[in-house]
Design a protein around this ligand. Structure first.
Ligand SMILES: NC(=O)C1=CN([C@@H]2O[C@H](COP(=O)(O)OP(=O)(O)OC[C@H]3O[C@@H](n4cnc5c(N)ncnc54)[C@H](O)[C@@H]3O)[C@@H](O)[C@H]2O)C=CC1
Ligand SMILES: C[C@]12CCC(=O)C=C1CC[C@@H]1[C@@H]2[C@@H](O)C[C@@]2(C)[C@H]1CC[C@]2(O)C(=O)C=O
Length: 255
């Protein structure tokens, strides 16, 4: 049960992460919201009350993530759930033949650093803290939930970096489940389709309507609360482990 659990949610100040923090806090969990110092983390944490603490974190930094985990331990006594929502996207073709310009290598690296390396950084450090928990009657010590994307499977034009970064998250899920099984730590990845968050709000209305029309059913963008619902379901179902779950209204993205 999520009540009284202690969670860390990266990217928790916006979109899917924020909805997750809200849902967990409403259900009686205590949450460390980890997001960039430049995010709205402080404001959002104040809105959500005493069971939510904001810690400025860049997920690619060992020091920052360690500070967030120490906050979970010092303030709430333990860590039961880590949710990786921090992420960034880009839309650049591999080669722009009109401008004779190749995809910048540092753009590719930046997306991989945040989405892939940042996710792994949080997983490896969270696992250490969860490993110190007393196991429950099933032998479980903790749960980790990652966020990939349907772009891991059907990436669109301009999505080489983003799709590669998310496919890596899908790829690491099973081996990590195997690595952490000895300590009773489960890990699953969610692959969202198209969700109504600031990441998509940046696209023109016409593009968003076009994208939503490509979803078989329901033919609309997903609500962040629907993602948060799945995080809770994964936490509460002891047999879910090592798997990536699409939540996408049967969407298969076109080129
Ligand atoms: N919105 C959508 O349709 C979809 C989103 N996703 C993924 O879901 C996750 C959440 O996305 P949204 O909520 O839509 O985006 P968002 O842009 O609303 O939220 C992302 C959050 O991550 C934070 N962040 C970015 N870089 C960070 C870093 N280095 N360290 C710590 N925090 C960092 C941002 O400050 C922001 O608060 C991302 O991983 C995204 O790739 C996947 C599929 C679909
Ligand atoms: C590539 C997309 C769609 C077309 C466009 O005009 C701009 C884009 C940049 C952001 C991309 C867009 C689409 O591919 C869906 C994703 C990949 C979006 C970033 C997050 C996104 O919603 C996702 O992860 C979907 O699974």
């Amino acid at each position: 049960m999520i009540k009284n659990a202690v969670a860390v949610v990266t990217g928790g100040a916006s979109g899917l992460g924020r909805a997750t923090v809200e849902r967990l806090a409403k259900q009686g969990a205590r949450v460390v919201m980890a997001d960039l110092g430049s995010s709205k983390g402080n404001e959002v944490a104040k809105e959500l009350g005493d069971n939510v603490v904001f810690v400025p974190v860049d997920v690619t930094s060992e020091k920052d993530v360690t500070t967030a985990l120490e906050t979970a331990k010092d303030k709430f006594g333990r860590l039961d759930l880590a949710v990786n929502c921090a992420g960034t996207a880009t839309a650049v073709r591999t080669y722009n033949f009109n401008k004779n310009a190749a995809h910048r290598l540092d753009d590719f690296t930046r997306v991989l650093m945040v989405n892939t390396v940042g996710t792994f950084n949080v997983i490896r450090l969270s696992a250490g803290l969860m490993g110190t928990n007393e196991p429950n009657q099933d032998g479980q010590r903790g749960v980790i939930v990652n966020t990939a994307s349907v772009a891991a499977y059907d990436g669109q034009i301009g999505q080489a970096a983003y799709s590669a970064s998310k496919a890596a998250v899908v790829g690491m899920t099973l081996p990590i489940a195997r690595d952490l099984s000895t300590q009773g730590i489960r890990i699953c990845t969610i692959a969202p389709g198209l969700f109504n968050t600031p990441m998509l709000a940046a696209l023109p209305e016409k593009v968003r309507t076009f994208l939503a029309k490509s979803i078989p059913f329901p033919q609309r963008l997903g609500e962040p609360s629907e993602y948060a619902h799945l995080v809770q379901a994964i936490y509460e179902n002891p047999l879910m482990n090592g798997e990536t779950i699409r939540i996408d209204g049967a969407l298969r993205m076109q080129p």
